[in-house]
Design a protein around this ligand. Structure first.
Ligand code: ATP
Length: 475
């Protein structure tokens, strides 16, 4: 047995079997730094067989190994970023093993392969940078003499006030916190503020909820080649350095893990970053715009967000109202998106029909402008494919098609009852009249369809049409 303990032989075999079959690499050394356990995942990660390494000093295989430091200092390490080979990335954690009296008898390291995560994150970064570059080029062509703010459209007076405030503060160096529900346009505002600011550097966005904890520091602050064991690492700039002279956009700041917040705070306080594994402080001149759809003050009281960091970020706060609070913008935005996607699809749809706009007005738009944009986009695609060249109700998502129920709900406006002088009978009659009118409108004045829909004999429908003085052409 390689792993001496108080276990009996069967327990030990079980224990080794389990350690051998977990997806993390496990290395255990004794107090003299000799390898006493090396699981099969470790063999795969490091390309070293256990027969070669067992009983040998770990430093003779891995000169930069962390376990000798653990034995030396008696301290643990958590999530250290490492690249054992070119294009292979892991995070490792290590801890001393103690006997009952607290003496160090060995150390254990657990490494997790994050190569795929790193590759995806790099790809995302590259795509984001090309997109920003394209966007910048596009703005130069399409917005000559015009402000990036002209992309943000509204006819709501309080929203226009928000746009004007943002224009005014864009030239200042103040850090800004944008608050608003998802899809309200926070990123659009952040970009507009950056391009309007006249800052020469780049606009660099980073989504704080999308970066794995282990990569956060190296993504934000960069790293030096010596930061990792293994060969052929090259230094990498972090987002702060990339945004030098420009703006760093910290999206979903409320999701930033609490343990990483002091590191960000230090950079903001000192105005300099030090790359992971480096010792040279690099001065930075970066404006921070952060965004959140969470209530940061609640997070502070739940100890999930640091108050001192919040005050650094929230020097100037901008609240972006949800779409449901500015319903007048729905038609304006819907038509803008309609034009945009019709051009893309090469079709011509002049307007959005009234019955669909009614649904849009009744809907609560939890996903805000993004949801409206997506719905217009998919409807235009359906319209194009159907060859009808117009937007129809069945092109909307099914949850929106059901909104007709809400229209009847609108007819039964309870607040009207409170304000009404009329008695129940009169009120019921007025509701009945409205329901018949709405149904007639929906079914194109087709009386037999209306009678069927409202489950009325045709004669009763005729009687009610006469009673309520509803004039319709014969169908
Ligand atoms: N007032 C507006 N005028 C035109 N387009 C808008 C407006 N507001 C938002 N948009 C568009 O809506 C979409 C969503 O906006 P954006 O990504 O900026 O929202 P967000 O608040 O940052 O969302 P999240 O919190 O989910 O990241 C984008 O396509 C954006 O261009």
């Amino acid at each position: 047995m390689i792993f001496k303990s108080n276990f009996n032989e069967h327990d030990q075999e079980m224990f080794e079997y389990i350690l051998d079959n977990i997806p993390d690499s496990i290395t255990i050394v004794d107090e003299k730094c000799k390898v006493i356990f090396f699981n099969s995942t470790a063999e795969k990660y490091y390309g070293v067989s256990r027969h070669e390494i067992l009983g040998k000093d770990i430093l003779s295989f891995f000169p930069g190994a962390i376990l000798p430091k653990v034995l030396d200092k008696g301290s643990s390490y958590y999530n250290v970023y490492n690249s054992p080979r070119q294009n292979s990335y892991i995070v490792l954690s290590a801890a001393p093993l103690l006997d009952k009296s607290g003496n160090i008898i060995g150390a254990l390291a657990r490494d997790r392969d994050i190569t795929e995560i790193v590759k995806l994150s790099d790809l995302l970064n590259k795509t984001q940078l090309s997109l920003l570059q394209l966007e910048k080029e596009f703005s130069k062509i399409s917005l000559t003499g015009e402000s990036y703010f002209s992309k943000i459209i509204s006819n709501n007076s309080s929203f226009i006030q928000v746009i004007n405030i943002c224009k005014n503060i864009s030239k200042t160096p103040l850090n800004i916190l944008l608050r608003g529900e998802s899809g309200t346009g926070k990123e659009l505002f952040a970009k507009a503020i950056h391009y309007e600011s006249g800052r020469k550097g780049k606009f660099i966005p980073i989504n704080c909820s999308a970066i794995p904890n282990e990569l956060f520091e190296s993504e934000l602050f960069g790293y030096e080649p010596g930061a990792f064991t293994g060969a052929k690492n090259v230094a990498k700039k972090g987002k702060f350095e990339e945004a030098e002279g420009g703006t760093l956009f910290l999206d979903e700041i409320g999701d930033m893990p609490i343990e990483l917040q002091p590191k960000l705070l230090r950079v903001l306080e000192d105005g300099e970053v030090t790359r992971v594994g480096g010792n040279k402080a690099i001065k930075i001149n970066v404006r921070i715009i952060s965004a959140t759809n969470k209530e940061i003050r609640d997070l502070i009281s739940e100890n999930k967000f640091r108050r001192d960091l919040y005050y650094r970020l929230d020097v100037f706060q901008v609240n972006i109202p949800p779409l449901r609070d500015r319903k007048g913008d729905i038609v304006l935005l819907a038509n803008k998106f309609l034009q945009e996607f019709c051009m893309e699809q090469g079709i011509n749809i002049i307007e959005i029909p009234k019955d669909i706009l009614d649904i849009f007005f009744a809907y609560s738009w939890e996903g805000n402008v993004r949801e409206l944009r997506n719905i217009i986009q998919s409807s235009v695609v359906y319209a194009s494919q159907s060859g009808k060249g117009k937007i129809e109700k069945e092109f909307l998502p099914s949850y929106m098609q059901k909104i007709k129920v809400d229209r009847i709900g609108k007819i039964l406006n309870l607040s009207e009852i409170k304000d009404s002088e009329s008695g129940l009978e009169e009120y019921m009659s007025s509701i009945e009249k409205r329901i018949i009118l709405e149904t007639m409108k929906d079914l194109n004045n087709n009386k037999s369809e209306v009678a069927k829909k409202l489950k009325l004999p045709r004669a009763t429908l005729y009687y009610k049409l006469e009673k309520y003085n509803i004039a319709v052409s014969e169908k």
